[in-house]
Design a protein around this ligand. Structure first.
Ligand code: NCD
Length: 308
């Protein structure tokens, strides 16, 4: 593997499969009484979060700790960032402290790439603006494989606010690499065709959720990212839910085996109804658990091989 994980596009099928296989081994460890491996003892992992996060930050922290690394959590609130310190100066500070890996979430697309040029350690992109979130795509692929036995050949329907979704972008890239067929669905204002086709040429786009559901193996609902919206992209929350929300009757249009996924946090009642989120088809809680195994695998593969 390369030194950093910045984009899902950096992963070829063999590397992605190796990560998923390693994550499976890490998951087996979760069943043991002692959940720790000594692999990253003496190594330092810094969680550098400039944007809010619940799942991703805790997940990376749990993953690093299960590999026995020392973990430093840095959040922009309450740090010198609020005094105007630049990303570069923060990076130099981390560098001086000897960080072996920096897990970064930042509102600006491309921030992890810049950071990778300033530190010697590995940089892991934990979400950069509307750009990418590669470990989310890996944990989603892992969840599909665990539940359905494979990723290649699956029809994955990604629904909602594609325009603002780094989760969608990384998933489109990784799922295509792994041989799944992806259809993007959403209102035209949140799903510009040129954006979709620029990612993966020939990707399917639909504005009619009901039409694609009967043919889906997986339906992945995206959060409507109001905090990134500078415009009004749809008439009302009610109208959005009526056209693009996954409610009980719509869920029943899915084939028997089909999964419902959501990266969280959810807007219950908007893109997903509580009845659906809490149903047996929903993998939402499993996705969180799988996130720890996948991030352990990524940290292990990026750092484990290097001498301390
Ligand atoms: C996503 C994110 O932050 O990009 N959540 C996550 O990492 N679990 C999706 C979102 O915020 O909607």
């Amino acid at each position: 593997m390369t030194r950093h994980l910045l984009s899902a596009a950096d992963l070829d099928a063999a590397t992605a499969t190796m990560i998923l296989d390693t994550a499976q081994e890490m998951a087996n460890l979760a069943g043991h009484q002692v959940k720790k491996l000594p692999t990253l003892r003496g190594r330092t992992v810094v969680n550098l979060f400039y944007e809010d996060s619940t799942r991703t930050r805790i997940s990376f922290e749990a993953a690093a700790k299960r590999l026995s690394a020392d973990v430093i959590n840095f959040s922009a609130k309450g740090s010198s960032v609020s005094k105007g310190e630049s990303l570069k100066d923060t990076a130099l500070t981390l560098q001086a402290m000897g960080a072996d890996a920096v897990v970064v979430r930042h509102p600006a697309a491309g921030a992890p790439h810049r950071l990778a040029g300033w530190v010697d350690g590995s940089v892991l992109n934990a979400g950069d603006g509307t750009h990418e979130h590669p470990t989310q795509a890996l944990l989603d692929a892992y969840t599909m494989r665990a539940r359905l036995g494979r990723v290649a050949g699956l029809h994955v329907v990604i629904v909602g606010d594609v325009l603002h979704s780094r989760v969608a972008r990384s998933n489109v890239l990784l799922l295509s690499t792994l041989g799944a067929k992806v259809t993007l669905v959403g209102p035209p204002t949140l799903l510009p065709v040129d954006i979709a086709t620029a990612l993966v040429p020939g990707i399917s786009v639909s504005y009619d959720l009901d039409a694609v559901l009967p043919d889906a193996d997986v339906v992945m609902m995206l959060r409507v990212q109001r905090e990134r919206m500078t415009d009004s992209f749809f008439p009302s929350a009610r109208e959005y839910a009526r056209r693009y929300g996954l409610d009980g009757p719509r869920m029943r249009r899915l084939p028997e085996h089909a999964l419902v996924m959501h990266p969280g946090p959810m807007n219950r009642g908007m893109e997903i109804a509580p009845e659906v989120a809490d149903s047996a088809r929903s993998t939402i809680v499993e996705q969180v658990a799988n996130g720890v195994s996948v991030r352990m695998a990524v940290l292990y593969l990026l750092l484990g091989g290097k001498p301390s």
